[in-house]
Design a protein around this ligand. Structure first.
Ligand SMILES: *[C@@H]1O[C@H](CO)[C@@H](O)[C@H](O)[C@H]1NC(C)=O
Ligand SMILES: *[C@@H]1O[C@H](CO)[C@@H](O)[C@H](O)[C@H]1NC(C)=O
Ligand SMILES: *[C@@H]1O[C@H](CO)[C@@H](O)[C@H](O)[C@H]1NC(C)=O
Ligand SMILES: *[C@@H]1O[C@H](CO)[C@@H](O)[C@H](O)[C@H]1NC(C)=O
Ligand SMILES: *[C@@H]1O[C@H](CO)[C@@H](O)[C@H](O)[C@H]1NC(C)=O
Ligand SMILES: *[C@@H]1O[C@H](CO)[C@@H](O)[C@H](O)[C@H]1NC(C)=O
Ligand SMILES: *[C@@H]1O[C@H](CO)[C@@H](O)[C@H](O)[C@H]1NC(C)=O
Ligand SMILES: *[C@@H]1O[C@H](CO)[C@@H](O)[C@H](O)[C@H]1NC(C)=O
Ligand SMILES: *[C@@H]1O[C@H](CO)[C@@H](O)[C@H](O)[C@H]1NC(C)=O
Length: 741
């Protein structure tokens, strides 16, 4: 047994430290008795270690002894145990330092050399944590394993120094101190000093060499270890820590885990690890658990949340079996594991509400607008349909289908396109009745589109029927009605476009000095033919109702085309409406019509008589005569004829062309037409025949002297193709009454 006897007494002897009791152990129980002592002094002794035989696994039993200093210390055999690192599978023990001291008095060396034998125990020297360390200024020390009679391992190191001053503390690298590593699975070592390095020359400042296998991290070289015997006083008698690895049995985990009766890792949540330093295995608690894996339920869940450092930083920690989770506190969000919980936006709820409300409002608005637009569109389409049927569109369409007429029903869009949305620049004429636009149907096809201002209820129903009648009128001297548009409140009429203006402009507005009588006669004849056609060939017969120079349009070569026929059919007939809507134009009105309010073919004859006078005199139907008085052309002409002073009224050119007989005949015809009593007037057919007879004498082709005049009056808005003049109704009615007398 080792004891702390002075080195000199032990000189030349080799002492052995043995973990002796271990070799004598019986089979230990797998589970320790509940009454086992778990502490010895300051040292915790967990299972599989234990105090006494029945308290430990095989080979790990310690003795708890009271040392000379009066403290309780655990011993394995005669080796003091410092502490047990259960998780690492390590035990730290104290092992003595060997020494070789030179004695100048006797010129010899006193050796104190230790050996430590772990054979037959679960321990082996830790190759990672221990270093064989030699100290001295003239030292060569060996660590030797020759337990099984031959040397199986030997290593050593040399430490030299010249004088005290050259030694550096802290540095164990050959000057005063040297170290060497050891191999794995080393279970026995002894120290041996080379006698040739005996400090004989250095004894004045360094008379001893020391060597030991010791825990490298614990050791710190100090110069005083060279010059004094300080090292030999560590732990009282020169014992230094050495780390021993230990393991269970000799098998690997895989093998051992098959024999549950001897398997050491019995705790739930434990794992087996093969020893890294020699045979056998160790047990460890699984991640997230801690405790003793060698006892049942020894591995306990780690409460990570109650550790000094909260793993969740400022997050809320929740412990789980073998794990934990982190949540951000209420009202915050972010990565709770990394401690980046940031407060939620305080306004978020309000903002959300506002955003939500606005979005829904916008949605509602858009939705509403869509509904509104759809509704409007539907209303529009419905109103169009309504107008269409109100204006007799259905019957008209049906009739058209049966008769296959060259008459069209135009859609509102077509007319809008043709007139460029009823552009002001497209207006051909404007009057009380409405507006006439020039419409471009493409391919150089032009039409005149008449947009009346009003229509009364009764007319509405008849409209389609009237259209049907008027559409059948087909004569070269009548402006052709091409179609109509019924989808609007007041139906629109589409006529053939007549390019050369009207007769009123030709004879009253344009500066044409030379207007041959033959041309005038042609125009009169064309117009008369047209009216005769209306009266006798159309079915049913049509009374024009508003014959006047402005309603006689001029086509190419000054062919006359009567327009606005049948206005009577489209206008009110009964007396009660007479005052509000006057049929016809002042100066052309049949006096009989004014009395009877009944429009007849003869009314047209009367009006045509006035037109004849206009042609002869180039005076307007009502003109400013002598004394600046408004004068009726008709009454004045009749008067002049009676008084035989026709020459005053006749146009100069007419008289200058001579043929007084022809002029006389025309004048006579006109006067007959202007008879106050309708019966006395000739029929239109008679008029046309007479004019035809006259016209045959004078077949004269004629072009106006200045052709550009045509261009000059075309775009000018005028009364062309409108039924009433510019004069207001009140004036008109007043005049009518005057002339009726
Ligand atoms: C150890 O256990 C065995 C078997 O259980 C028993 O016979 C023996 O007496 C025990 N020894 C001590 C010291 O308790
Ligand atoms: C323990 O103490 C007893 C009495 O003091 C002594 O006889 C024995 O040798 C000691 N054992 C060890 C290992 O120190
Ligand atoms: C046992 O587990 C602990 C903690 O997980 C670890 O530090 C230690 O190295 C493990 N032991 C072995 C022998 O692997
Ligand atoms: C070695 O020297 C120390 C002090 O330097 C001394 O105390 C010790 O007795 C000496 N040893 C021997 C064997 O002379
Ligand atoms: C060396 O030991 C002496 C005496 O114990 C001590 O005062 C000194 O601090 C130590 N030096 C180092 C570097 O540890
Ligand atoms: C299992 O271990 C027990 C105790 O160590 C031993 O007696 C037994 O022979 C082992 N069984 C096997 C199959 O190794
Ligand atoms: C832990 O072990 C006990 C028996 O020792 C067993 O009843 C229990 O189910 C185990 N628990 C888990 C989670 O494996
Ligand atoms: C612990 O939980 C995290 C996620 O919460 C997961 O990634 C990890 O694998 C878990 N660890 C264990 C040992 O279950
Ligand atoms: C925490 O942050 C680090 C870097 O900032 C990142 O690498 C890590 O994945 C994060 N951990 C978790 C649990 O999100």
């Amino acid at each position: 047994m080792h004891s702390a006897t002075p080195a000199i007494a032990m000189s030349l002897f080799l002492s052995q430290m043995l973990l002796l009791p271990l070799l004598l152990l019986a089979v230990a129980p797998a589970v320790p008795d509940s009454g086992c002592q778990t502490r010895c002094g300051d040292v915790e002794i967990p299972y599989p270690f234990g105090i006494g035989t029945n308290c430990s696994r095989e080979g790990q039993a310690y003795i708890c002894n009271i040392t000379e200093s009066g403290l309780q210390k655990p011993f394995a055999g005669n080796v003091e145990v410092l502490n047990i690192l259960l998780e690492m599978g390590q035990v730290r023990m104290l092992n003595p330092v060997s020494s070789a001291c030179y004695s100048p008095n006797y010129n010899n060396v006193n050796y104190n050399r230790w050996r430590l034998n772990l054979e037959g125990t679960p321990y082996r020297f830790s190759n990672l944590l221990n270093k064989f360390t030699a100290i001295g200024c003239d030292t060569l020390a060996y660590i030797i394993d020759d337990h099984w009679s031959s040397i199986s391992y030997q290593s050593g190191c040399v430490s030299m120094c010249r004088d005290e001053e050259s030694i550096v503390s802290d540095s164990c690298s050959g000057m005063g101190c040297c170290q060497t590593s050891i191999p794995k699975n080393l279970r026995y070592y002894r120290v041996w000093f080379d006698g040739n390095f005996n400090n004989a020359d250095t004894w004045r400042f360094s008379n001893c060499s020391y060597a030991a296998l010791l825990e490298a991290d614990w050791f710190q070289f100090n110069t005083s270890y060279i010059t004094t015997s300080q090292l030999m006083q560590i732990n009282g008698d020169g014992r230094v820590p050495v780390v021993l690895d230990w393991a269970i049995g000799h098998e690997t985990c895989e093998v051992a885990s098959h024999n549950l009766s001897s398997y050491a890792c019995i705790s739930n949540n434990s794992a087996c690890i093969d020893s890294s330093n020699g045979p056998g295995y160790l047990c460890n608690c699984s991640t997230g658990y801690q405790g003793n894996p060698y006892v049942s339920n020894g591995c306990q869940d780690i409460d990570e949340c109650n550790q000094q450092s909260n793993p969740c930083s400022d997050g809320i920690c929740q412990n789980l079996p073998g794990n934990y989770s982190c949540h951000c506190p209420e009202g915050t969000h972010g990565d709770a594991y990394n401690g980046t919980c940031t407060p939620n936006q305080k306004l978020s709820l309000a903002v959300k509400a506002v955003i939500g409300t606005s979005i829904s409002l916008i949605f509602l608005l858009v939705f509403g607008m869509c509904i509104c637009m759809i509704y409007q569109r539907r209303k529009l389409i419905q109103s169009r349909k309504r107008y269409f049927s109100e204006h007799g569109g259905m019957q008209l369409r049906e009739e058209m289908r049966l008769q296959s007429l060259a008459f069209r029903i135009f859609s509102k869009e077509e007319l809008e396109r043709a007139t460029n949305r009823f552009d002001k620049n497209r207006i051909l004429g404007q009057g009380g009745y409405g507006t006439v636009y020039k419409g471009d149907m493409g391919d150089d096809q032009f039409v005149a589109i008449k947009q009346p201002k009003v229509i009364n209820e009764r007319q509405k129903k008849e409209f389609g029927k009237e259209m049907l009648i008027l559409s059948q009128v087909n004569h070269r001297n009548i402006v052709k009605l091409l179609g109509c548009c019924l989808e609007v409140e007041v139906p629109m009429l589409v006529y053939e476009f007549v390019p050369n203006g009207n007769l009123f402009e030709l004879i009253h507005s344009r500066n044409i000095d030379n207007l041959p009588l033959a041309v005038r006669l042609n125009i009169a004849r064309d117009s008369a033919d047209a009216l005769a056609y209306l009266h006798y060939s159309a079915s049913p017969p049509i009374i024009h109702g508003d014959v006047k120079s402005a309603n006689i349009l001029l086509h190419e070569n000054f062919t006359a085309k009567v327009s606005d026929f049948g206005a009577s059919r489209l206008n009110p007939k009964d007396e009660e409406q007479f005052a509000t809507l006057v049929q016809g134009t002042c100066g052309y009105l049949d006096p009989e019509y004014l009395q009877t309010c009944k429009l007849t073919e003869k009314s047209d004859v009367y009006s045509f008589g006035v037109v004849l006078l206009e042609l002869l005199t180039r005076r307007k139907a009502i003109y400013f005569g002598e004394n600046e008085r408004e004068t009726s052309l008709a009454s004045n002409f009749i008067l002049a004829k009676k008084e035989d002073r026709l020459q005053e009224l006749l146009d100069n050119q007419v008289t200058s062309e001579g043929d007084a007989e022809l002029i006389g005949r025309i004048g006579e015809l006109a006067v007959q037409c202007l008879s106050v009593r309708g019966e006395e007037r000739p029929t239109m057919k008679d008029v046309a025949d007479q004019l035809n007879n006259m016209g045959k004498l004078h077949p004269v082709p004629w072009t106006p002297p200045n052709a550009e005049d045509i261009e000059s009056f075309l775009p000018v808005p005028s009364d062309a193709q409108t039924s009433t003049g510019n004069t207001s109704y009140i004036q008109e009615v007043a005049l009518l009454i005057e002339y009726a007398r």
